[in-house]
Design a binder for this molecule. Structure first.
Ligand SMILES: Nc1ncnc2c1ncn2[C@@H]1O[C@H](COP(=O)(O)OP(=O)(O)OP(=O)(O)O)[C@@H](O)[C@H]1O
Ligand SMILES: C[C@@](O)(CCO)CC(=O)[O-]
Length: 310
């Protein structure tokens, strides 16, 4: 086997338009690849142990800490696959995806790491294997996840996603703008997934009704997005935020930014991703409205905003 001195892997971020949480229970969801936010991983061979570094730390792989268990186990599994468990290396993470904000930082990182190791060992990487390794890592980081994050950070197209059944690319047949507003609050995906699971166990009928409603809203959204019905899609976003709030995964900072966006002319607004903090999204008809919403969010406590056009 030939070994390169360096391996590089890149992966973008994702945004769930509709269907977060209900997607874990088999309901459909729609997600977009967000290519302005991405992770680059560079592996270089080294003489001194196994190290992982980003712009905040440089740590030995075996001393990474619990929050990095998903990527630690992924790296160990990939090293074992290439019969190189003891190989010294330095793995550098360069990412502009904010962590713990529902934008798929962990799925993007797991994907970039997998690509970088296959590049390092000059091995072919099938889409099936890529999804397998990235989901292996995600299931450790987030608990049992639906797979939508990994599927979307690996897609060039918007996706219609049904867990274990369908990953279908489709083209949005309309133009619009999405303003992403960051509450600055770190949301924990595994905690949010647990809240919904516990609610389903304790208040089965009520909770199931919210999950079913989110599924219906996702189905309606697909039709609206394919037939140039932007305003109708905006209304669906508002209703989805209500259902997610009822599931217990919103946050006062999210509710406040959602309200501000609506009062500034957004066609609709909702939390996106796992919630409990993280980011919200607002829909705007044109760029001028999107900029106005973004400025208003920033003035009212958003830590950061991004504008995504489609
Ligand atoms: N730049 C980075 N440096 C180191 N670790 C990172 C980086 N980006 C992501 N991670 C890993 O991913 C985890 C952060 O992902 P987290 O689950 O908090 O958010 P997320 O993936 O953005 O959320 P969601 O799944 O809702 O989109 C970290 O604990 C770490 O393991
Ligand atoms: C909350 C969730 O629906 C989306 C997280 O980005 C979890 C998942 O689908 O794995």
């Amino acid at each position: 086997m030939t070994i390169n001195k360096m391996g590089v892997g890149i992966a973008h971020s994702k945004l769930i338009l509709i269907g977060e949480h209900s997607v874990v229970y088999g309901q459909p969801a729609i997600a977009l690849p967000v290519t302005i936010l991405k992770t680059t991983v560079t592996i270089t061979s080294s003489k001194y142990g196994q190290y992982v570094e980003n712009n905040e730390f440089r740590r030995r792989l075996d001393l990474m800490g619990d929050e990095f268990e998903g990527i630690r186990q992924l790296i160990m599994r990939l090293l074992a696959k290439f019969h190189s468990s003891k190989m010294p290396f330095s793995l550098e993470i360069d990412s502009n995806i904010p962590q713990g904000r529902g934008l798929g930082a962990s799925a993007s990182l797991a994907t970039a790491i997998t690509r970088a190791f296959f590049d390092f060992f000059e091995a072919e990487l099938s889409q099936k294997d890529l999804l397998f390794y990235a989901n292996f890592s995600e299931n450790i980081t987030h608990g049992k996840s639906s797979g939508i994050d990994v599927a979307t950070v690996n897609s060039e197209h918007p996706l219609w996603f049904v867990k274990d059944r369908t990953i279908e690319p489709f083209e949005l047949n309309l133009h619009g703008f999405i303003v992403i507003g960051d509450t600055g609050v770190h949301g924990f995906t595994s905690q949010a997934i647990n809240i919904v699971r516990e609610k389903l166990a304790e208040e089965k009928e009520n909770t199931q009704a919210h999950l079913d409603k989110l599924g219906e809203l996702a189905t309606a959204s697909k039709a609206f997005l394919m037939t140039d019905k932007l305003k109708e899609f905006g209304k669906v976003m508002d209703r989805a935020h209500d259902a997610l709030t009822a599931l217990g995964v919103s946050h006062p900072r999210l509710d406040s930014l959602v309200e501000i966006a609506r009062n500034t002319g957004a066609l609709g607004a909702k939390l996106t991703g796992s919630g409990l903090g993280g980011v919200m999204v607002a829909l705007a008809e044109n760029e001028k409205d999107a900029i106005r919403i973004s400025q208003r969010l920033l003035k009212n406590g958003a830590k950061n905003t991004w504008i995504y056009s489609f």
